[in-house]
Design a protein around this ligand. Structure first.
Ligand code: SF4
Length: 209
């Protein structure tokens, strides 16, 4: 069935990228509505449904308006799960305007997009990753939840090439999760798991959106 021309958009806002290897870079975020998973630890539950109907051209215009006062190079398409919607026209349009496009995805879906940066965050319990995304991922983020086990870390690490960093990201910057992340990194080192790193949600430290 053909998908509608409009996108369901929750919000468009300037900030800095608070997560992953692009941490600290000024970025305009486009948060798309809807998700195909139901993670208990989700910190963007408000983005699972609703949103305004916007044509891709309207979203691009809004990004360009924000960019006049916030002249950054990057746009991050996030959610929810942005790959649930047909973001091809949006991605192409943003790139035609000279912007670089990051996609933050849970990794379960794949679309033929010309994105510059895929940030893949597989989610429990299956940590499923669409085969086409495995070589595209520039980084893999794993949320350090209470149930996350070292076996889960091993399982996700093995899905991706060792050159792709696996970032352990504490759940909502909670103290117990920082401590657990440190334990998991040490265990990964001892077990010889390659390229496992610790990170955090910097936008929450800076109290940014
Ligand atoms: S995949 Fe992400 S947006 Fe979707 S429910 Fe899980 S944490 Fe929330």
């Amino acid at each position: 069935m053909p998908q509608p021309r409009t996108l369901k958009v929750i919000e468009v806002f300037p900030s800095v990228q608070g997560e992953g290897l692009r941490l600290g870079e000024p970025t305009i975020f486009v948060r798309l509505s809807g998700c195909n998973l139901h993670c208990a630890f989700c910190d963007t539950k408000y983005a699972r449904r609703g949103g305004d109907d916007c044509a891709p051209e309207e979203v691009i215009d809004l990004v360009l308006t924000i960019r006049r006062l916030f002249p950054c190079r990057w746009v991050c398409l996030t959610g929810g799960e942005p790959l649930l919607q047909d973001i091809g026209a949006l991605t192409r349009g943003l790139k035609r305007k000279g912007l670089r496009v990051q996609v933050e995805t849970n990794g379960t879906l794949r679309r033929p997009l010309t994105a510059d940066w895929y940030s893949v965050s597989p989610k429990p319990p299956k940590f499923s990753v669409a085969p086409g995304l495995i070589s595209k991922a520039r980084e893999v983020k794993l949320i350090v939840t209470r149930p996350l086990s070292f076996r889960d870390v091993q399982k996700v690490r093995r899905k991706f090439p060792s050159k792709t960093p696996l970032l352990l990201q504490p759940q909502s910057n909670l103290d117990w999760s920082f401590r657990k992340g440190w334990v998991l990194v040490q265990r990964s080192l001892r077990a010889g798991l390659p390229n496992v790193r610790l990170t955090l949600q910097a936008h929450k430290v800076f109290k940014l959106p």
